[in-house]
Design a protein around this ligand. Structure first.
Ligand code: CO
Length: 136
């Protein structure tokens, strides 16, 4: 079941500069950065209860976010719904014809499990489903 808007992600070409903006200019709390190998991104989270802002930047200059930045510069990248049972949600949505970017949920930030629904299944919006890990 989908239980919350977990975060909204912005792809950024200059992570340090964008962290400063959200931290110093907007005055948000900064939770720190994390490298997410499976997604080839460095993420920076700014909790803004009950949701968060996630900045994403390519890890080692490669991966899907690098391609996104090449094409569009920075921009709103995805919405993330929190799930209390990601496998059940994936099964239910697959049965309704939704296409996913991967076959199985993969490790995400904060020890979570994560998978993306193809934007063409959601009016052009990239939607992530995320089941928080224990450390969340
Ligand atoms: Co995300």
């Amino acid at each position: 079941m989908i239980t919350a808007l977990d975060h909204i992600a912005v792809a950024v070409p200059d992570l340090e500069k964008s962290i400063k903006r959200f931290l110093e200019d907007f005055g948000l709390e900064f939770e720190g950065t994390e490298e997410v190998e499976a997604a080839k991104t460095t993420t920076a989270f700014f909790p803004l209860p009950p949701t968060s802002i996630e900045l994403i930047h390519p890890l080692r200059g490669e991966g899907p976010v690098a391609k996104y930045l090449e094409k569009r510069g920075g921009g709103l990248h995805h919405l993330c719904f929190r799930s209390d049972n990601i496998h059940e949600d994936v099964e239910r949505l697959k049965a309704r014809g939704y296409q996913f970017l991967a076959d199985e949920p993969a490790p995400g930030a904060h020890g979570s499990l994560t998978i993306f629904i193809h934007p063409k299944s959601c009016d052009g919006v990239l939607i992530e489903l995320n089941q928080p890990g224990d450390e969340h």
